[in-house]
Design a protein around this ligand. Structure first.
Ligand code: WTA
Length: 630
């Protein structure tokens, strides 16, 4: 037994008494014996306008299909079905601005009205089933409307995190051949305006596919409007075309719902494709069971809708469960480091789902910021995005959760669409372990050859069973999908993470094994940062690695070969830092630099990141015999 395994937190009795899943061992065993039966039962809790012929079609694996032959629309389940019940007048969304005196609330009834309006406008612009709608919006209610409106009419949304630069945005718009972009004049970031519309202007200048840009008025900052291409949303909303009922188009269960770009090992981001049928079943079920969503809950997921966590557990999962969801526009430390605790107290949040990096950030300000608030409404806490260190876990549990609230750690990915390794509230929790595979899933830790390693040994984390909310392919690149996830171990899904399993079957995630780094929970590819660096005239070549960081989890360290005429200096470092922020995103701002004469490479020219890491950490560089210049 490893020492950290002994630290076990049992769920409190009141949590057990209330939980949907009482005897989790029985459910786990039944789902393991018949995963398809388990998923069919979950799916039957949702509405389908035509039933499925098959739960799982694996005839073209790894291109799995779920609920084939069925017709549905995620919006029918996320909104429409609630309108015929008492939920119609229940709050669906509470939005709080960065200026917390700005609050907007929407019942399911009024959310539907807003979504219909946005959908009518998209239709009037010629958006049809299968067309990609790019959404570049901050955390404001219109991002809900836009995503749901696109889905409602069978279009495919592509949300781009509203912190990406124009270059990153335009690459994604071009790749998806989007005709419509929905954005805002600007967004509030710590009291300042981030100029979204200006960034869109730069991005679409070279994007011939974009015909219309819809602009939501948010910060009321002046923007330039193209008289043909650009339209204020509030003006469109006044037109007759925006009015009236907009039916929810029934689509095939396997029709695409969204693409979401995420970072991989190469510079080109991957467009992960998810579909209506399986995704709704997976997100609905996992949120319901892991966070025990009940009618009276107030759910708050702090993730941005620009990432998968925002898609699955801020927008779709809660609405599929008919819950009330809170969305906050601001950051956790602005204007003060108790803003989140204030919101939990004020709105009576019961389920609070956030990231370790935020917990560590807030922990540093001391307990008093937390304890001056009454957080007794909280029932369950959640963590996502990277391994949570036990110290942060215990602080979250004790200071925020008052020792009453189980922490549900959730391991999953943009690709998986839904939780894969987590706990339900009746299971014991172990600080630092994500828990057990979700019902119906079998995870394993394997070695290079694909053989399962002994308990306690580190190896590659793989998933054995297909699951409903799995990505279906990489948009326009099925071969890369097969190669990246299914080629190394045929029949097993390669997660890209390393992990170990303990004697109780709990998984302990260690980190990525590829060239992806998680910085403050954001997923970045080292190649993306490298290509941003080499676009600066001072840089000939660059290699980027992640180094351990107390708050961010990982920091970005760059080894840079300078062009003739440039020499290392603090000013140059700052210039390169800003250059990356501008060409990629402020979230990718490098932390440290070094300027070697040469990069350590293998004889075949591959950069030896292991050596760079050892150098940056002042450690032994290990075996250098394969080094090109050894
Ligand atoms: C990491 C985020 C440990 C992991 C939902 C994964 C985690 C990558 C956890 C996917 C967790 C996510 N514990 N590591 N609870 N959750 N990760 O696509 O390395 O942004 O492969 O999805 O985040 O990141 P992505």
């Amino acid at each position: 037994m490893t020492p950290d395994q002994q630290d076990v937190y049992e769920p409190p009795q009141n949590i057990i008494d209330d939980a949907w899943i009482q005897d989790w061992r029985a459910v786990e065993a039944a789902a393991a014996a018949d995963p398809q039966g388990y998923w069919a039962e979950r799916a039957s809790e949702l509405q389908w306008s035509h039933p499925w012929d098959k739960v799982l079609d694996d005839s073209e694996a790894p291109f799995y299909k779920w609920f084939t032959g069925a017709r549905t629309n995620i919006v029918s389940n996320a909104i429409d079905r609630h309108l015929t019940t008492a939920r119609r007048n229940k709050l669906a969304l509470i939005w709080v601005g960065e200026d917390t005196s700005k609050v907007r609330t929407f019942s399911y009834f009024s959310l539907n009205r807003e979504v219909e309006q946005m959908a009518n406008i998209l239709k009037a612009m010629g958006v049809e089933k299968g067309d990609v709608v790019t959404i570049y919006l901050p955390r404001i209610p219109e991002i809900f409307f836009a995503m749901l409106a696109a889905a409602k009419i069978g279009a495919v949304h592509s949300v781009i995190f509203a912190g990406y630069s124009s270059e990153a945005l335009s690459t994604r718009i071009d790749d998806s051949e989007s005709k419509v972009v929905i954005t805002a004049d600007g967004s509030w970031v710590n009291g300042k305006v981030f100029p979204l519309k200006k960034i869109v202007d730069e991005a679409v200048r070279f994007s011939p596919t974009v015909e219309n840009v819809i602009v939501v008025r948010n910060t009321e900052t002046p923007v330039t409007m193209d008289s043909v291409r650009d339209h204020w949303y509030h003006e469109l909303a006044r037109l007759p075309i925006a009015k009236g009922h907009c039916p929810t188009v029934q689509v095939d269960a396997e029709d695409p719902l969204f693409i979401l770009y995420t970072s991989g090992s190469t510079g080109k981001p991957k467009a992960i494709l998810h579909t209506h049928g399986g995704y709704q079943v997976g997100t609905y079920t996992t949120l319901r069971y892991s966070f025990d969503i009940k009618e009276e809950d107030r759910w708050w997921c702090t993730a941005d809708p620009g990432w998968i966590t925002g898609h699955s557990y801020l927008v779709y999962g809660p609405l599929l469960n008919g819950a009330t969801v809170l969305m906050a526009e601001g950051n956790p430390t602005y204007p003060y480091p108790d803003i989140w605790w204030q919101l939990i107290e004020h709105y009576g949040v019961t389920g609070f789902y956030t990231a370790p990096t935020a917990i560590r950030t807030l922990m540093r300000f001391g307990d008093a910021w937390v304890t001056k608030h009454d957080l007794s409404s909280l029932r369950l806490l959640g963590s996502v995005g990277e391994p949570i260190n036990p110290e942060a876990w215990r602080w979250f549990h004790h200071v925020v959760g008052g020792d009453r609230c189980p922490i549900i750690d959730t391991w999953w990915q943009t690709e998986t669409g839904m939780f894969q390794i987590t706990t339900v509230p009746t299971m014991d929790q172990k600080p630092g372990s994500a828990g057990r595979p979700v019902f119906g899933q079998q995870a394993a830790v394997v070695d290079e050859a694909g053989d399962e390693v002994p308990v306690g040994t580190e190896g590659f984390l793989v998933l054995r069973n297909p699951w409903p909310a799995m990505m279906r392919t990489l948009f326009k690149d099925p071969e890369r999908y097969r190669q990246t996830y299914w080629a190394k171990y045929p029949g097993l899904y390669l997660t890209g993470d390393s992990a170990r399993q303990d004697e109780d079957g709990y998984f302990w995630i260690i980190g990525r094994t590829d060239d992806v780094i998680k910085v403050s929970g954001h997923r970045l590819g080292t190649a993306e940062v490298e290509s941003a660096l080499v676009s600066h005239p001072a840089v000939v070549e660059a290699a980027v690695i992640g180094l351990p960081h107390d708050v961010k989890g990982n920091s970005i360290h760059c080894s840079v070969i300078l062009a003739n005429g440039f020499s290392p200096s603090k000013e140059l470092e700052e210039e390169l830092r800003n250059h990356v922020a501008e060409t990629l995103s402020p979230i990718a701002k490098p932390d440290g630099f070094d300027f070697p004469e040469k990069l350590p490479k293998t004889r075949s020219g591959k950069i030896m990141r292991r050596v760079l890491r050892a150098r940056a950490l002042g450690q032994d560089e290990g075996d250098l015999s394969t080094l090109e210049n050894s």
